[in-house]
Write a protein that binds this ligand. Sequence first.
Ligand SMILES: [Zn+2]
Ligand SMILES: [Zn+2]
Length: 88
Amino acid sequence: MNCYDCAQKGKTVPATAVCRHCGAAVCAEHAHVVTAEQITHNAGLGVSTLALPARRITCITCYGAEHSGSPAASPGPHHHLPHLGGRQ
Ligand SMILES: [Zn+2]
Ligand SMILES: [Zn+2]
């Protein structure tokens, strides 16, 4: 499997991860790894069953969608978003 985002630009780069949202294969450059620190509980009473850091990997597109506050899947009410492709 090759990186989907690289393929969009005409490059062939072996993928090293898979986006958990859209399932696209991405290379290390296009993968966005998030270590969820907020899972750790600081209860203070010695019980920390969720202390192990979780990890999730998304592609650049899904990461941007997550942090834009408007999922790309919503089809109607908002105006057409400018395409992110021209910004790099
Ligand atoms: Zn890539
Ligand atoms: Zn994705």
